[in-house]
Design a protein around this ligand. Structure first.
Ligand code: SAH
Length: 438
């Protein structure tokens, strides 16, 4: 490893709150930072590291020390090479072009658009296996074997938008709408907290009755009563609101771009503007959120090249969490009759995303679990490293079918996927409570 390869340093703080505070202070001081999953070998205390440019390393350290942020260590962000990747495959029937791209991966070189398209387009079994294998190694070397488990509460299915694919879109008049109360949500949050889950995802349609005051009150309570990490997934809101929630302690935000093909974006989102959604995503990053995005695979009219551009978009935008799921037709929507997205293309996209974006969180999505009982296991073996449980109370769940026959991912199914993929459950989960529940 020559020093020339190193462009960034990773700063590990002594705790999650020091990491978040430190990142905010650095940003306020004008240091360019991003939050990334901690390297497998150092990620003992806090799962997230602060990434800074090589030239900012000393200044960042000084600022953090002046502000009493505890630093566990500062490490070079090494170019990830996968030694021996290609040699092992030389005997199999793999095309020369494919080998060339694998060599680039082995040497830690960046992949371009054409390389990505080539990987995504392969139909050959050995090549697909080689791709998944490369992604799996990249995942293991970068973020290790633990699968982060998070819990989601879908707290309202009211929505002001009419996205054509979505099973809770505004014009679905037959759908029984619900809005959970703060107490109902807190009950679930406490259940998650009790079994040791560290992150709660609060997701909903774009429901403006959940005003800034109400959302603030909810965030305050989650923080005060459990100190859990909060991921918001509530759609597009003004910058000031995002800022308010960040200040109150929400630290992750999931706002998927769904597709970077502008024409397709417009077609599927009658009341959304592509540039505005990108702007929202940029705000979230500026405000110091762990910024989540992702795309739907197999949208009507989507091409492989579009998926390749999605992946480059995630990389260029410095997205930290990338949720990639297959399109699942939802009853009563204009897309009800369209074919579902391909599991295989989804897995290839997950794998290429891991290889290209490297140090990111990639969930094995619920949409994959809905189309294939082994979908999450397969994704974990192709580069994914987190699972999101669905913890919406039974009486509401059925009405949050953003797509039909949505699989209910619970601890039991997550545990099964983790085990079958040969991976580890997080050490922070209280296992005996968990087995009681399952
Ligand atoms: N209203 C929020 C949350 C959306 S639901 C927002 O706008 O961000 C969360 C995700 O479900 C969406 O981002 C989308 O990627 C996915 N989704 C919705 N309908 C789907 C469908 N029919 N098939 C596959 N994924 C779907």
């Amino acid at each position: 490893m020559t020093k020339d390869n190193i462009k960034h340093y990773l700063i590990m703080a002594g705790s999650t709150s020091h990491m978040l505070r430190g990142d905010k202070i650095l940003k306020d001081e004008g240091v360019e930072t991003s939050l990334v999953p901690a390297p497998a070998e150092y990620g003992t205390v806090c799962a997230t590291a602060i990434k800074v440019k090589i030239e900012d390393r000393n200044r960042a350290e000084k600022i953090l020390r002046q502000n009493n942020i505890s630093i566990e260590g500062i490490y070079p962000d090494k170019t990830q090479k996968l030694a021996g990747l290609v040699t092992k495959l030389m005997d199999s029937v793999i095309s020369e072009e494919f080998i060339k791209v694998l060599k680039k991966i082995e040497n830690g070189e960046e992949l371009g658009f054409e390389d990505i398209v080539l990987l995504l387009k392969t139909e050959r079994r050995v090549e697909k296996e080689a791709l998944y294998h490369a992604a799996d190694r990249m995942r293991r070397e970068i973020v290790g074997d633990v699968v982060d488990i998070r819990g989601a509460v879908e707290f309202s299915n009211y929505c002001r938008k009419d996205c054509k694919y979505c099973g809770i879109r505004r014009s679905l008049s037959d759908l029984a709408r619900y809005r959970m109360t703060e107490d109902e949500i807190m009950e679930v949050v406490h259940q998650l907290h009790e079994i040791g889950i560290k992150t709660v995802i609060l997701q909903s349609g774009e429901d403006l009755r959940w005003t800034p005051e109400k959302i603030s009150s909810l965030i305050r309570r989650v923080k005060k009563e459990t100190s859990m990490n909060i991921t918001l997934s509530i759609g597009e809101r003004p910058r000031e609101e995002y800022e308010l929630y960040r200040k109150l302690g929400a630290n992750n935000f999931l706002l998927k771009i769904e597709t970077t093909n502008r024409k397709l974006f417009k077609f599927i989102h009658p009341d959304d503007d592509f540039d505005h959604r990108v702007q929202c995503s940029k705000w979230l990053k500026q405000l110091g959120y762990l910024n989540g995005s992702g795309s739907i695979i197999g949208l009507p009219g989507q091409r492989v090249e579009d998926i390749a551009r999605d992946i480059l978009f995630f990389k260029d935008m410095g997205i930290n969490m990338i949720g990639i799921g297959p399109f699942v037709p939802a009853k009563g929507t204009p897309f009800e009759g369209y074919p579902k997205g391909s599991i295989e293309m989804t897995l290839k996209a997950v794998a290429v995303t891991r290889i290209v974006c490297k140090r990111v969180f990639i969930p094995a999505t619920t949409a994959l679990a809905s189309l294939d009982p082994d979908g999450q296991t397969k994704a974990l073996k192709a580069g994914a490293n987190t699972i999101m449980l669905i913890n919406t109370p039974a009486k509401y769940r059925y009405n949050y079918q953003i797509y039909s026959d949505k699989n209910m991912v619970d601890l039991k199914s997550a545990f099964k996927a983790v085990k079958e993929a040969g991976r580890k459950m997080p050490p922070y989960l209280k296992i005996d409570k968990m087995t009681k529940e399952t």
